[in-house]
Design a protein. Structure first.
Length: 400
């Protein structure tokens, strides 16, 4: 099976390579928040009363506390295991995936949960990693994984409703779920596309809003075989149901939704949306933003639509006004998260984590984190999955 990162521009992303053949002999694509409820890349929920992420500007720190990891910048501000340099906390490793990647990442209560890509597992640990990593779902033990007869199941993007975790299986393509409090035995296949030989989930994103799941499947074209891209929806409480199609055109990748609309990024260069009331009708999706670059993750945060646009991040009001750039990185942006006035993003290729203010537009680099992929915002820290090329996947936390 070949697995490459469609997570980055032009298919980059540095994932390790394998070979895959989907059912029927068609070659498959190149494959490669502790505060529950904070809005982040894939779940749009009301944020809790968490402390803001405050990184004081130069000169605002106690000059005697610029390198004290237990009192970084100000007395009592611990870096939670990270270093303190010039009054700023560095990221600390919370856990790792010894033999596989770390890709999708969510926070559920006091737990960090992540997918392991080709490892085919979901792992969890507590917020400081002291409990070690425990398997909560393992595709090798799930009957029927890979609808088309595939025996190599690949766990990619994930989301949560605060109780169960839902994730996309790359090859099926299928959506699975598990209750972290009832590991292994509670895992089930929620939904699948009705034509598995024509679709490949890839690194398409997933979100849950109310009772509905929404996810994207990537388009693949190797010059001989074409697997359609698409956007899909299903009841999150379903068991092995056929997903309802929203679209099977273009190159969908990121997906977000609220009570009235579904939004998705299309790698042909547009952000599109469709009224939920029009799903299943002949209604045509509305272009929400056009002439974009290689588009990635998308999220809804209050009245803002926020998306990754190549090596930058953009935002626009849901009413179609005030589109602007928020900042970027020296490499493609993968995951995007938001809390309060701030948007956070990671660039795997640039090894950096950034944030910007929605109100002022001011942006800054928060830290250097090797191969950072997906951020999730907790009350005390920003958590990140990281997926280096030649080493195990890692989970980090960066102190607020």
């Amino acid at each position: 099976m070949v697995r490459a990162g469609s997570r980055g521009q032009g298919g980059g992303g540095g994932a390790r390579l394998r070979r895959l053949v989907v059912a029927g002999g068609i070659p498959a694509a190149l494959v490669a928040t502790a505060c529950f409820g904070v809005s982040y890349t894939k779940v749009e929920a009301e944020p809790p009363a968490c402390a803001p992420f405050t990184l004081l500007p130069p000169g605002a720190c106690d000059p005697s506390l610029l390198a004290d990891a237990d009192n970084c910048c100000v007395a009592g501000r611990s870096c939670l295991g990270g270093t303190c340099t010039a009054g700023r906390c560095g990221a600390d490793q919370v856990s790792m995936t010894p033999t596989a990647e770390a890709i999708g990442l969510v926070l559920v209560g006091e737990r960090v949960i992540w997918t392991t890509g080709g490892g085919g597992e979901l792992l969890k640990t507590n917020l400081d990693g002291s409990a070690g990593a425990a398997v909560i779902a393992n595709h090798s033990g799930l009957a029927g994984c890979g609808l088309g007869g595939l025996d190599d199941c690949f766990a990619t993007e994930a989301t949560t409703d605060g109780e169960r975790v839902y994730w996309v299986e790359y090859n099926g393509p299928e959506v699975w779920s598990v209750d972290p409090d009832v590991p292994l035995s509670s895992a089930r296949r929620v939904a699948r596309t009705s034509s598995p030989n024509l679709h490949l989930a890839g690194f398409g994103h997933i979100t849950v809003v109310g009772q509905r799941l929404f996810w994207a499947t990537e388009r693949y074209d190797d010059g001989t075989n074409v697997l359609e891209g698409g956007v899909w929806t299903a009841d999150k409480g379903g068991v092995d149901e056929d997903a309802q199609v929203i679209t099977t055109t273009g190159q969908p990748f990121g997906v977000a939704a609220d009570e009235t609309h579904v939004y998705w990024t299309d790698r042909d260069g547009s952000v599109l949306r469709l009224a939920r009331a029009d799903i299943g009708t002949a209604a045509v999706p509305e272009p929400f933003a056009t002439q974009q670059n290689w588009l990635g993750a998308i999220l809804l945060h209050g009245d803002e639509v926020i998306w990754a646009d190549g090596a930058s991040v953009r935002a626009k009001k849901k009413d179609g006004t005030n589109e602007r750039g928020l900042g970027g990185a020296s490499g493609p942006v993968y995951g995007v998260a938001a809390e309060g006035d701030y948007v956070y993003w990671a660039s795997r290729d640039a090894n950096t984590v950034h944030r910007a203010s929605l109100s002022s537009g001011a942006s800054e680099t928060l830290a250097t984190v090797t191969a950072a992929v997906t951020p999730a915002v907790g009350c005390d820290a920003l958590y990140l999955s990281a997926n280096p090329d030649a080493s195990p996947g890692v989970v980090y936390r960066l102190r607020k």
